[in-house]
Ligand binder design. Sequence first.
Ligand code: GLY
Ligand code: MN
Ligand code: MN
Length: 489
Amino acid sequence: MKLLASLLLTLSSFSLLAQEADLPSDFLSKNFHKERREKLRTNLPPNSVAVFFANPVRNRANDVEYVYHQDPDFYYLTGYKEPEAALLVFKDKQTAANGTAYNEILFVQPRNAVREMWTGRRLGDQGTKDVLGFEQAFNNSVFKRYNVDFAKFDKILFFDFHNDVRDNPRDSSDLYDLIAQFKAKVKYPEKNAVSLSVEPVKNNLDMKGLTDQMAKLRGVKTKDEINMIRKAVSISCLGQVEVMKAIKPGMSEREIQGIHEFVYKKYQAEDLGYPSIVGAGHNGCILHYIDNYKPSVSSKELILMDLGAEFHGYTADITRTIPVNGKFSPEQKLIYELVLKAQEEAMKITKPGTPFRLTTDTCRAVINRGLVQLGIIKPGEKHLYFPHGVSHHIGLDVHDRGGSIMEEGNTITIEPGIYIPDNAACDKKWWGIAVRIEDDYLITKDGYEHLSKIAPRTVKEIEDMMKQPSAFDNFILPDLDKLNTKKQN
Ligand code: GLY
Ligand code: MN
Ligand code: MN
């Protein structure tokens, strides 16, 4: 038995080493995450503990799960990318039964040679210590018996649960159990439970405070985060550039989406910050159009492309709208330049101290004036041609946590748009024109840095870029129908 155990230990340390060697080396450092926890601890109220849970694994269908994505708060504070985990950050030093002092603990899924063979490598408790620098890291099965006296805290901060986490019957300490055990430890009041208990529950549960705490932290990006966002933004801009060169009438929306996403992968972006929006003609009027089903985009149409690469957790959010045939029609150009003017006006007020809603108000004023001048609306007329706000934070989330007034170190978007669906109450020459222009900015001491400026943005820049040859011009695949017909004959 001893021999077997030591063999298993050797095997598991071997695969952990292999994991380190195989990974990119430019992730955020363990010091980044540690420093973020320190900062959170500084801001926590006296005599408190903050508790975070990993994102659940979600089922896609039958025995296929959705690709796992860590909860951004959890990743920000730990660097841990696996499920079934919980983090406790204490305001003050705690003392364990054996006399060890600690102020944070991470509970993680255990190493398991068989599971790892099927679903991938795990850090386990020791790996979490080695790779992520936690002094106190335990397998999640330890949480149940881990003696934290939650009653002694004035505040236990956590995000309320959505009760949509499935239990894995073969695992008695998965996320479902971690949450159930935590609820029992803190006497969490189940909303629908009929309780006959008269035992007073100390009201130290705070399910609201972490929203502000995390917004304060995550809204202002560190130098390392800004570097990640720069990469995500540049990769996404290059996707737009390649599509501008490659697009031709007759391509499908999905094929155009594929060119963007191929560029992302080529630059090692692991994921998308959100599902890609690629809408030709009136499909562009659907603000979050992700079907991307149109089989053949027409030469007369604009195509609205809102996509963001996610690089090491950080996402861009960029929209370009271009004419499929390489040249804006007079009506398309008028609408496009009105949206561009709105964005330029909003950029003029983009600096520390500006409330986010002001960029929306500014764009709205420009667009309303312009729509009246073009005869599309009457003065003062209510309309739905520009139904959304224009600025939000970006970071680990595409709609990232952050404050409502711009501060140095914020990374934000400005994204005005005009959407005129078919059958709108205006001259039909405008129908099917949908334009959004969305760029990403870093708020600096005196203003902003335009992070996404390498993606052509003016009419001339776009038309010039679209004249360039593309590497995809020669990427011709066999016609599937012909291939299949040939096989049948
Ligand atoms: N892509 C989502 C947004 O622009 O906010
Ligand atoms: Mn956006
Ligand atoms: Mn967007």
